[in-house]
Design a protein around this ligand. Structure first.
Ligand code: SAH
Ligand code: SF4
Length: 361
């Protein structure tokens, strides 16, 4: 489809996933029927909604669209996870990962195309900022994954916003998407099973605390000292660790949700024993859990990961100092499951949907 045709497509239909169930088109119980088709049955086409009158289905298809993607590509990994690359209606690309482990179906969703934060170890950061995703585009990732997996969207019980982008820099749209996930007539998810991962934007953390949605917060700390953090995370120049931790303490006081601290171990950068000790000291008095992430290498990266022995030693030191610690061994490495990698290099493995013509869905 040409850029022109896509632009026309966008102007003739409106994104139905932007609507809360009570705002859906139709009178009375029709709204509930449509919500059921979207969120329980996972319909991506109004024609599937067979208990609606045909005239209504046709009218809906003329005015509204369900999918937000021109193309969905899947990259299955040997470990069972599946990485999805989405081409949006304006031709830009974003991605998500499906992880069906231990009977817990989890999706990792993106909040942006690219990311403005520019962290040196992150492939998304290397892409730069494309644009914010709308609430509908965030939800549409989950629905497209459920559709491809042949499951109800409501079977996906865990969502992590750890794909492309910084959720707290697109907070309005992210909050709307989260509210739709929580809505009993939409995805009916538990807030404890939704995690927002942030590079550490204090005003965003305060706002999230005020919203009081009960979602979990993960903070990408990656260094216990400002000097090291600034070397790898450009936004650390604006927000010192002390300021971020103050916001995190406030989040905990308000929500009583234990905060996860993410820490990607980079060789010779943030993996020294003194940094483990400083991290333990920093987290004293905070209800924290440290998630050590082995670096997921990508082409062009100018940093290297800490070898396994070093990761284990770092974890041991933290545990010895009483810090609850786990190591998140990477999943889907063979298909580039570190955020941003598919968008950097990507011959498709499996193409799922042909470019749909507008109105024909
Ligand atoms: N922007 C948000 C969420 C997306 S990144 C954030 O930064 O938290 C999700 C997590 O993956 C972050 O902790 C991020 O630092 C980490 N990450 C990014 N690239 C990585 C890589 N190549 N290897 C390991 N972890 C990575
Ligand atoms: Fe953006 Fe997060 Fe990647 Fe940093 S780690 S560039 S904040 S997506």
């Amino acid at each position: 489809m040409t850029g022109e045709a896509l632009a026309q497509g966008q102007s003739t239909t409106r994104p139905i996933l932007e609507l809360f169930p009570e705002e859906l088109p139709g009178e009375g119980y029709r709204k509930a029927q449509i919500a059921h088709w979207l969120y329980a049955r996972g319909a991506l086409d109004f024609a599937e909604m067979t208990d609606l009158p045909k005239a209504l289905r046709e009218a809906l298809a003329r005015e509204w669209r369900i999918s937000e993607f021109a193309l969905v590509e899947a990259y299955p990994s040997q470990d069972g996870s599946v990485k999805y690359l989405f081409t949006l209606l304006d031709g830009k690309k974003t991605e998500a990962v499906y992880m069906p482990y231990q009977n817990r179906k989890t999706v990792c969703l993106s909040s942006m195309v690219g990311c403005p934060a520019g962290c040196t170890f992150c492939a998304t950061g290397a892409l730069g900022f494309g644009r914010n995703l709308t609430a509908g585009e965030i939800l549409a990732q989950l629905l497209a994954i459920a559709h491809h997996q042949g499951i109800s969207p409501r079977e996906i019980r865990n969502v992590v916003l750890m794909g492309m982008g910084e959720p707290l820099l697109n907070l309005g749209n992210v909050l709307k998407a989260v509210r739709l996930m929580l809505h009993p007539k939409a995805l009916a998810m538990s807030p404890r099973r939704i995690t927002l991962s942030t590079v550490g934007i204090p005003r965003g953390i305060y706002r999230l605390a005020e919203e009081d949605l009960g979602v979990r917060l993960a903070l990408s700390l990656h260094a216990p000292d400002d000097e090291t953090r600034r070397r790898i995370i450009p936004t650390a120049h604006r927000y010192p660790i002390a300021e971020i931790l103050e916001a995190v303490r406030h989040y905990y006081a308000k929500t009583k949700r234990r905060v996860t601290f993410e820490y990607t171990l980079l060789k010779g950068v943030n993996d020294h024993p003194w940094q483990a000790r400083l991290l333990a000291k920093l987290l004293r008095g905070i209800s924290a859990h440290v998630n050590l992430i082995p670096f997921n290498p990508w082409e062009g990266a100018r940093v290297a990961g800490t070898p396994k022995a070093g990761i284990l030693a770092f974890a041991e030191e933290l545990k010895r100092l009483g810090v609850p610690t786990s190591i998140r061994f990477s999943r889907g490495q063979d298909v580039g499951a570190a955020c941003g990698q598919l968008a950097l290099k990507a011959p498709p493995i499996l193409t799922l949907t042909p470019t749909p013509e507008d109105g024909g869905r």
